[in-house]
Design a protein around this ligand. Structure first.
Ligand SMILES: [Zn+2]
Length: 278
């Protein structure tokens, strides 16, 4: 059963990646990804494949972690016996409220309880997802893995997330499916299913550029590292499109890359995304 759950989680990740790629590179060739999804679906027991498909039509995030005795997607408290069964991986178990398939939270990295509303004012736009202290004006790393690690460690140092090593491993597993480096020197490494808070990102700049995706000649200069709780998987795609809309413009990239301090980066990012991320 553990194997089937793992397959389901993997399948869901591929589905998300497919949606992401459709958002990011609308004309891109996605045949490999579509084939992998088909193969995984065929490997599942037919009943479970049908259940997964039906759930996914309704929710998109169909397989979600149990988090401290609650369903991380709909937030309902789960019966203690059900939680125990999920943790013991006793077959496919579903949330009695939203019907999503639950998997044990286990060693999944979590967010800590940092509140972005610390200023008292309710935040709007991009300010809901980050803050000045998560801006890094100069990435020191020269390669992808170290750059992602720097951005994760910044988040961990500022007490937004725990288990930076676990997060790095998960981010690299995601990169292995298909690189998150895009045109215009942008990259969006991320980890889904990081519960315990809202969607949160750190942002790093590498002014002279580096090879984020070793198979590509293009250089990456702007890297967003994003943690995404299961419940906002769809919303995340909207934010992602907003960021891409902003930074497709060369003038926007130039303004951001000209920033010398974290504060300056944060102010510039807020101004640049005012229209694209309301
Ligand atoms: Zn639920």
């Amino acid at each position: 059963m553990d194997r089937i759950l793992k397959q389901l989680i993997q399948l869901q990740e591929l589905h998300f990646t497919l949606l992401e790629q459709r958002t990011l590179v609308p004309k891109g060739q996605l045949v490999d990804l579509e084939n992998s999804i088909r193969t995984l679906m065929e490997e599942l027991p037919p009943k479970i494949a049908t259940l997964y498909r039906a759930l996914q039509e309704r929710h998109l995030a169909a397989v979600v972690p149990e988090a401290k005795g609650t369903c991380s997607a709909c937030g309902i408290s789960l019966p203690t016996s059900l939680t125990a069964e999920v943790i013991a991986k006793k077959g496919i178990r579903q949330c009695p409220n939203c019907m999503r398939i639950l998997y044990p939270f286990e060693g999944t990295p979590r967010q800590l309880k940092r509140d972005l509303k610390e200023t008292g004012k309710p935040r709007a736009g991009i300010a809901r997802f980050s803050s000045a202290e998560l801006m890094l004006s100069g990435i020191e790393a020269e390669d992808r893995d170290d750059a992602i690690s720097e951005l994760i460690h910044l988040m961990a140092e500022k007490e937004f997330v725990e288990n930076p090593e676990g997060l790095l491993a998960a981010a690299l597993r995601r990169e292995a499916i298909v690189s998150t480096a895009l045109d215009h020197g942008l990259a969006f490494p991320h980890v889904r299913g990081v519960e315990g808070g809202g969607m949160t990102f750190s942002l790093g700049l590498k002014k002279r550029g580096f090879r984020f995706d070793p198979s590509q000649i293009r250089l990456t200069r702007i890297v967003f590292f994003i943690v995404i709780p299961s419940a906002v998987s769809v919303f995340y795609l909207q934010v992602l499109s907003g960021l891409i809309e902003t930074f497709r413009e060369e003038s926007a990239r130039k303004q951001l890359l000209a920033c010398k301090t974290s504060e300056e980066m944060w102010t510039t990012l807020k101004a640049l995304t005012q229209k694209t991320i309301p």
